[in-house]
Design a protein around this ligand. Structure first.
Ligand code: NA7
Length: 282
């Protein structure tokens, strides 16, 4: 049987551990990252490309995991110049706008290739552990072809509908997460003002019905008051803006957008999302 050549574009905080999981699973992997130094740990087992287009030429299945719309536009502009990409499957795991997802999918299909959106829930720890939740949009038969790879990246792969549906599901879950993080930060601050120690309050929250994976994962950061980005605050701001673009005009979304935007303006954008507490504290 012909071994599929797997390409991975984007080796950031999420893309790097995800691509490593594919490499560790023994799949023939080709990698590309705009900043070449991030590809260095791959040189032994995988093929490293210095051009995304060259990688695409040599791969059957191409994953992308990059920041945002601008990054995807940059990459696909070049890919669309390739004469023959027929039969290839492109899977975008980034969280970008639904509009752009549909536009790219259409252009890819016009070139007789296939496209899926498969964004993920879970940040860097689940990415490393291969326990992400993957929300896939696209054709069932295409999903079946890429499932062996997705299964190495996540503990659950959910086919949620046609192309673009993965993005919709992802924006919905991140909307919920942004509520949890703002709620957690405000609750800890409220308790602190009333003389309750942060560590005590976090223990109470985590043992209670309010405790969740989301509150537990942010607990050490809140205790250390140090916020290295497992999920950068700017990405949450991006996703809330994308939700608004999708017509989410709830009272909550207005408040959330204001909080995350002001936290960004206060210089917290590159920190972990739970650093909104530093803005809310002021
Ligand atoms: P990171 O750690 O900020 O990594 C972003 C990646 O995207 C990184 O590989 C970047 O390359 C790449 N990137 C950014 N802009 C471009 C352009 N214009 N062209 C090519 N490549 C680009 O993000 P995460 O891994 O945490 O998150 C990725 C997605 O998952 C995001 O949509 C989140 O919302 C969810 P660089 O290394 O900077 O050269």
């Amino acid at each position: 049987m012909h071994h599929k050549n797997i390409g991975w574009i984007g080796l950031g905080n999420m893309g790097f551990p995800m691509a490593k999981n594919l490499e560790n699973a023994g799949f023939p992997l080709s990698v590309f990252n705009r900043t070449p130094s991030k590809s260095e740990p791959f040189t032994d087992l995988s093929e490293v490309y210095i051009s995304a287009v060259e990688l695409v030429k040599n791969c059957d299945i191409i994953f992308t995991m990059v920041s945002n719309d601008a990054a995807i536009i940059d990459l696909y502009e070049d890919i669309f110049h390739l004469e023959d990409i027929s039969g290839k499957i492109f899977i975008d795991m980034s969280t970008i706008s639904k509009d752009l997802t549909l536009t790219i999918a259409q252009k890819i299909q016009e070139k007789q290739a296939r496209f899926m959106d498969a964004p993920v829930a879970g940040s860097t720890v689940p990415a490393k552990e291969g326990t992400l939740i993957i929300m896939a949009g696209g054709e069932e038969k295409d999903l079946q072809e890429v499932l062996p790879y997705l299964n190495k990246l996540g503990k659950a792969v959910k086919h949620v509908g046609p192309v673009g549906s993965g993005i919709s599901a992802k924006l919905a879950i991140n909307y919920f997460l942004s509520i949890i993080y703002q709620g957690l930060a405000e609750t800890v601050l409220f308790a602190e003002k009333s003389g309750i120690k942060t560590e005590d309050m976090l223990e109470i929250i985590n043992e209670s019905a309010c405790g969740s994976g989301a509150t537990k994962v942010k607990t050490p950061l809140l205790l250390q008051q140090d916020y290295p980005p497992a999920f950068a605050l700017d990405f949450m701001l991006k996703d809330l803006n994308l939700a608004k673009k999708e017509g989410v005009n709830t009272p909550m979304n207005t408040v959330l957008l204001e909080t995350y935007q002001k936290a960004h303006d206060a210089g917290l954008g590159k920190q972990d999302v739970i650093s909104i507490i530093n803005y809310l504290k002021q």
